[in-house]
Design a protein around this ligand. Sequence first.
Ligand SMILES: Cc1ncc(COP(=O)(O)O)c(C=O)c1O
Length: 302
Amino acid sequence: MIVPTLTFVASANAVALSGGRPVFADSIGPDDLSIDPADVERRITPATRGVMCVHYAGYPCQMDALLDLCDRHGLFLIEDAAHAPGASWDGRALGTIGDAGCFSFFGNKNMSTGEGGMVLARDPQVRDQVRLLRSHGMTWDRYRGHASAYDVVRLGFNYRPSELTAALGRPQLAKLPANNERRNALIERYRARFDEAGLPVRMPFRGQIGSGHLAVLIVDRAQDRDPLRDALGGAGIQTSLHYPPVHLFDHYRTAYGHATGDLPVAEDLALRIITLPLYPTMTPEQVDAVCDTVAAYFEGAP
Ligand SMILES: Cc1ncc(COP(=O)(O)O)c(C=O)c1O
């Protein structure tokens, strides 16, 4: 199964834990960090069963090309829509376009229940299997009455959301559209401020509307990345990185023989990205303070 390397490790772990082999594909480039359909196509072999695309930062992947190549090669398409609740492509909600879509409701996501997630699947047989897997492979749905008798038809897990997390999720879902709009507006403010300042940085996905999950900044020169993060940290501004490429994690190097240089575009991007603060209640003044700190770093940069 082909997965991007520039993603959270869960995308690849899910493939490996299901008995598949994650085959990593590269990113398109600094204006679109998502999986490169041309690289996916190059990696298809007779053993390939499907493709997982990750809507990085909540922006749609190149769905035309991915749907077309999956169709031509008879592959299934899974959308990792963990970043993308509420975003759409061509009028269709992300996570509903491929054969299956997966969402995360972890605490740092646009729509959170604290922990948990959701799977959508087009094929009713797949949905039935997901229902079995989420609750120990039992034919009995534990949230519906008491079973006097039930069978266990396969091995399964405890992946059930609880009533408590559902209670958290309902108001979160109601807030999602307004929060996504706010996030997009804040990203556009960042972008406008960086454009105006003419700094050696860029923000990807220009002109696109997504869920506004992440405000990602890419510095032109990799040597500026860590000192800029330090300067922001020194001003009390927390940043993060999305992501270290999965194929270079120790487990993936060892299990699949990966090495630096295997996926050069993603590796280069991973050295130049910084995820800036972004949350729906962030104020425009706070965005300006981050931009001012970035500008001050470059004024003094060697
Ligand atoms: C792209 C991506 N895929 C998958 C996941 C996994 O989600 P969870 O931790 O809820 O299983 C996350 C987030 O944690 C993610 O960012």
